[in-house]
Design a protein around this ligand. Structure first.
Ligand code: NZQ
Ligand code: ZN
Length: 385
């Protein structure tokens, strides 16, 4: 196991009716800006619950944060914060709203050009406004981590950033808020959480028994409960387990002390920048192809994954690896997520664009061995056509 320094400061308020506890988490004198997305929070009543919980407090609202949140929209929120002397932010929504809120919290306290935050991947951030979240879509883990991803349409770029200053102070996770998710978003959430776990698990052995065991449990839970959530969307225990799984998949715990990959994510971000494909869908395209392409360097963990997660124990090494890659692809398809570039109208010219974008964004040494360069990404994408 590698050395690590693990600290996660985000308080989690988990369960039914926990939105009502918001007022105890936000200082009474705070001037709050509640940020939300395209209207689901209003329609589903979550925003109403937030307003009720914060009745009597000073709360302004900023709506219209897009999925794959846009840089230009975030800057408008920064302006509003400065004009109104806002002191606390509250994200109400999915990963996009929480990611945007992190960026806005940092940009509001940054004197230079906010674009620096993204080109430096967050390293220029030295302070941020405090913020909390009310999560309505279990998927990204953004509710309990310090990272975010922002899209700049003009520049054709979707760039990640992270900073110790960007952990939510608290996140409210009420599984009942997820009952209104359409099947497409349930599937996206399950597959995104699955691939977050894989990115921190499917590398090479590092004698990290606890991290591996936790990761395998998260993967098995998603495989078992993901399809059930589609069948019986209002089953509380299924939703509660999926919600906590998605949080645990990317709050730093399973990634502490182990090698990490993230190549599927970095390649996937360029697919979204190209044609706005949902984040999780880009990952479901890249991962099966990447597993096959990287079967050499990942051999031992692929075999461990096959046995411990899918109970595939018969046959030669290569036969078990073939079987587990097909099982993984089959799981994504079972969730209703297509796994080929062609399913998203991307052809060979699209691959040229994605490879050039990886190069432009400095994503030239990806994977746990920093050995996946643009031409390797091209090969992986061509096999996913
Ligand atoms: O915009 P509204 O109207 O709110 O609707 C949203 C949106 O259209 C809707 N939705 C959310 N909660 C709902 C709901 N609809 C009905 N009922 C509810 N309870 O769902 C749609 C998608 O929301 P979004 O927030 O975009 O989805 P998700 O949580 O999957 O976030 C995706 C973003 O997170 C980034 C992705 O790149 C992408 O930009 N990621 C962030 C990470 C992080 N911070 O650690 C890691 C991830 O790998 C990922 O890259
Ligand atoms: Zn993701």
């Amino acid at each position: 196991m590698k050395n690590f320094n693990f600290h996660n400061p985000t308080r989690i308020l988990f369960g039914k009716d926990t939105i009502a506890e918001l007022k105890d988490q936000i200082p009474a004198e705070a001037k709050v800006l509640a940020l939300y997305g395209g209207g689901s929070a209003e329609r589903t009543g979550v925003l109403g619950q937030v307003r009720e919980a914060l009745a009597g407090r000073t709360v302004l609202e900023f709506g219209g944060i897009e999925p794959n949140p846009r840089y230009a929209t975030a800057l408008k929120a920064v302006e509003m914060i400065r004009e109104n002397n806002i002191t606390f932010l509250l994200a109400v929504g999915g990963g996009s709203v929480i990611d945007a809120t992190k960026f806005i919290a940092a940009a509001a306290k940054y004197d230079g050009d906010a674009w620096d935050i993204l080109t430096s991947r967050g390293s220029v951030i030295s302070q941020a406004l405090p913020f909390g979240s009310v999560l309505t879509l279990p998927a990204t883990g953004s509710e309990m981590n310090s990272g975010g991803v922002i899209t700049n349409l003009e520049k054709g770029a979707k760039l990640p950033f992270s900073s110790l200053h960007c952990y939510p102070v608290f996140s409210v996770l009420d599984p009942e808020t997820t009952y209104t998710l359409p099947p497409r978003q349930i599937a996206n959430g399950v597959v995104d959480a699955f691939i977050h776990t894989i990115e921190q698990y499917l590398t090479y052995p590092s004698a990290a028994r606890v991290q591996d065991g936790f990761a395998e449990t998260l993967l098995r839970t998603l495989i078992e409960l993901g399809p059930k959530a589609l069948e019986t969307p209002e089953d509380y225990d299924i939703r509660a387990n999926l919600m906590w799984t998605a949080t645990m998949a990317l709050n730093g715990l399973i990634g502490a002390g182990v090698p990490q990959d993230w190549a599927s994510h970095m390649i996937g971000h360029e697919i979204t920048a190209l044609n706005d494909t949902d984040h999780a869908r880009t990952l479901a395209i890249v991962l099966p192809s990447l597993m096959n392409d990287q079967r050499g360097p990942k051999r031992e963990k692929l075999l461990q994954y096959a046995g411990n997660v899918w109970d595939i124990r018969e046959g030669s090494d290569d036969a078990r690896i073939d079987a587990v890659i097909e099982a993984t692809r089959g799981f994504f398809e079972q969730m209703g997520i297509k796994t080929r570039l062609g399913d998203y109208d991307i052809s060979a010219s699209g691959i040229d664009h994605i490879v050039a974008a990886l190069q432009d964004h400095g994503m030239t040494a990806l994977g746990e061995h920093q050995a996946i360069g643009p031409e390797d990404a091209r090969r992986i994408l061509e096999a996913a056509l």
